[in-house]
Design a protein around this ligand. Sequence first.
Ligand code: PLP
Length: 424
Amino acid sequence: MTNAATRDAARQLFPGGVNSPVRSFRSVGGGAIPIVRGEGALIFDTEGNRYIDYIAAFGPLILGHAPAPVVEAVRKAAGEGTAFGALTPGEVELGRRVTEATGLERIRFVNSGTEATMTAIRLARAATGRDIIVKFDGCYHGHSDGLLVKAGSGVATMGLSDSAGVPEQIAGLTAVLPYSDAPALEAWFREHGEQTAAVIVESIAGNMGLVPPAQPFLDALQSAPAKYGALLIADEVITGFRMRYGLSDLLPGADLVCLGKIIGGGLPVGAFGGSAKLMSLIAPEGPVYQAGTLSGNPLVMAAGVAMLDTLADGAPYKRADELARHLENGLNAAIKRAEVTASVVRMGSMLTLFFRRAVPTDYAEARESDTGLFARYHSAMLARGIMLPPSQFETLFVSAAHNEAAIDETVKAAHESLREIAAS
Ligand SMILES: Cc1ncc(COP(=O)(O)O)c(C=O)c1O
């Protein structure tokens, strides 16, 4: 099947022709690109076109596509049975690695980041006996009802500040504050601290494009909720095991942490965890119900163990960060030469080019970016074989499987693309 035939067939089967909205490329004016194979930093579509990939499955693939240790581990696990609905040694293997690297005393594996944040909030409500949750404008925590309020990422791209189908009574329990604004957070707690169950935050915002938090905000997150008996939930679904081996280290005071993406080696995963005391509220030990037919799936656990074992000595982080720095420098030079209004922000192996003079400090500023220009840049890059995330409000992920040649090719394409869009 060609790309067009696959797309047409998919449109008959799935809403918008996809199984997750951002894959439709709607916001950049394109169509879904059906991918058949990945190898290292490269992906290939049904027609054999090759792309240097910076979507990287939206975060899990820090070792690139099909890394040998992960592939081997999954093959072996599959041969021994794909699911049992029973405790397996693989869960213990991955659980040990995750707890040792993060300092979380107890965790539970689930199937997605959405499940992790949704259940962490249920747990926070049960632990505090309060209902109100605070989130930040432009932070995305998956698609459970109460968290689909002013979420960034695909939701921002689709122009929906909320989703239809979320009852007002549920959305009304979620307060939304500006991101990286310590005074706003402190003011909230002075007025509503006693009713607030938890604050949930992306340790580094990756769903409004990459927007690093300011230190006073990180300090306020770790002091204000605690002062009023509310919990802090650090959403490290993207940043966990991405910035370093373990948690990002920006919110060491978090009561609960959500994980996903990298810890499953590219297979469906999520996890949440905290102190043994808090986690003892989860069923069957405690009254907070949570379950999953495929939770702790043996294929996922095997992939996660192989992934973490490959990351443990820190070398892949050093490599990915170095390549991302190379990309950052190249993009900055390309912006200057093409004389376009744009700025680049990077943390570790994550990076966003904003079509805005200065890098944003919050979602309101991120939204001032020229999304029309971004769409044209995206198409121009795609035509040159560079697969960027299809939204201004996403981050690029550089992997340890990229190399200098791939980065140089990307920078050359960026220079040509920026010149092209600046001229038209
Ligand atoms: C920070 C963050 N939290 C939660 C999620 C939800 O994870 P999932 O898509 O696995 O449900 C995402 C997904 O991109 C995310 O970026």
